[in-house]
Design a protein around this ligand. Structure first.
Ligand code: 3PG
Length: 307
C-alpha cells in the first residue's frame, strides 16, 4: 500500500523517520509531502495513495475525488474538523484521529498562557499568580483533564464542564468540581481553558455573555479552535470589561483589531502551536502509522470518527 504523510506544517524529523520504519517494516511504501504551499501539490500527491496521514490539512471532497485508491485518512492529532467526513463516508473511506497523543503539548501551552497573561506578557509591572485562583475547564477530554491536573498541582481551584461526560467519577478522580452548565463554569472561573471541538453546535458559542459573566480579572485561554469564538462578542466584552483578557494559539479573524485596541490584554501566537513539540509529533505520527498498518493487516477501525 502507498501511504502519504501530507502536512503543511513541518513534522519533527524523528516522527517522519519513525513513521517510515513502521510503514516499511509492514511492507508498505511511505511518501512525504511536507511544508507544501499549494493545494495543487496535495491534489497531485494523493492521486495513487491508499492511505493519508495529515495534521490540520484540509481534506475536502475535491481531495477525496482526486484520490480514487484512498481507503483511510488518519489525522495525527485530535480535532478532525478539517476532514469532510460526509465525502469520506460516501466513498467508504475510514477516517480516524489519534486521541490523546498530542494532548500534553497543548495542556502545557494552556498553562503557560495563563501564567504569561497573569504576568502581563512578561513585561515589567506587578502581575499576579495563578496559585489559589479558580480555573474552569470547558470540555473535559484528554487535554482538559491534563490542564485540570496541572492546575491542581499549581494550587488552583479547578472546575470543569463537559456535557458529554455523565460519570461524575471522572471529575472526582482528579479532585475537580463538576459544574452543570457553561454559564456556571464561566461565572465561577477567573481562568477558563477552552477545549471544545469546532462543530455546528459549538461554532460562535463563546461570546459576550459568557465572557462578561467571568469574575474580576477573567482570562479566557483558547487552545481549541478559532471558530468556537464569537469574535464580535469577544471584542465587545473586552471593550466593556477592561479587566478581561484573552490568550490563544489560534488568532481570531479580528486579531489585529484586538491587538491594536487591547494591547497586552490579548495575546495570540503567530501560528497554531499547541501541538508543536517534537514529542507531540512523534506520539501522534507513530500512532497514526500504527493505526494504518493495523487497519490494513486486520481491518481494525479503532478510533474511527466517521462511523
Ligand atoms: C489537534 O487537533 O490535534 C491540535 O489542534 C493540533 O493540531 P495540529 O496538528 O494542526 O497542530
Amino acid at each position: 500500500m502507498k501511504i502519504l504523510i501530507a502536512t503543511e506544517k513541518p513534522f519533527a524529523a524523528e516522527a517522519v523517520h519513525g513513521i517510515a520504519k513502521i510503514v516499511k517494516d509492514a511492507g508498505h511504501d511511505m511518501y512525504l509531502l511536507e511544508k507544501y504551499t499549494d493545494k495543487a501539490q496535495l491534489l497531485k500527491a494523493v492521486a495513487d495513495m491508499d492511505a493519508l496521514i495529515i495534521r490540520s490539512d484540509k481534506v475536502t471532497a475535491e481531495i477525496i475525488d482526486a484520490a480514487p485508491q484512498l481507503k483511510i485518512v488518519v489525522r495525527a492529532g485530535a480535532g478532525y474538523d478539517n476532514v469532510d467526513l460526509a465525502a469520506a463516508s460516501a466513498r467508504g473511506i475510514v477516517v480516524m484521529n489519534t486521541p490523546g497523543q498530542n494532548s500534553n503539548a497543548v495542556a502545557e501551552l494552556a498553562i503557560g498562557m495563563m501564567i504569561y497573561m497573569a504576568r502581563n506578557g512578561f513585561t515589567p509591572g506587578t502581575g499576579s499568580e495563578i496559585h489559589g485562583k479558580t480555573l474552569g475547564i470547558h470540555a473535559y477530554g484528554n487535554v482538559g483533564r491534563l490542564v485540570g491536573r496541572y492546575g491542581k498541582a499549581l494550587g488552583m481551584e479547578v472546575y470543569a464542564y463537559d456535557p458529554f461526560i455523565t460519570d461524575s467519577a471522572v471529575f472526582e478522580a482528579d479532585g475537580v468540581t463538576q459544574v452543570s452548565s457553561a454559564e456556571e463554569l464561566y461565572a465561577k472561573s477567573r481562568y477558563v481553558s477552552l477545549h471544545i471541538p469546532a462543530t455546528e453546535q459549538t461554532k460562535g458559542s463563546i461570546g459576550f455573555d459568557l465572557l462578561t459573566s467571568m469574575p474580576e480579572g477573567g482570562t479566557l485561554v483558547n487552545t481549541a479552535r478559532k471558530e468556537v469564538i464569537d469574535e464580535a462578542g469577544l471584542a465587545r466584552a473586552l471593550e466593556e470589561r477592561p479587566d478581561l483578557r484573552y490568550a490563544t494559539d489560534i488568532a481570531a479573524g479580528n486579531q489585529p483589531e484586538l491587538n491594536e485596541k487591547f494591547g497586552k490584554r490579548v495575546f495570540a501566537t503567530a501560528k497554531k502551536m499547541g501541538a508543536e513539540t517534537g514529542e507531540a509529533n512523534i506520539n501522534a505520527g507513530l500512532a497514526a502509522a500504527n493505526q494504518i498498518v493495523e487497519f490494513f493487516a486486520t481491518g481494525c477501525t479503532r478510533f474511527q470518527v466517521n462511523k
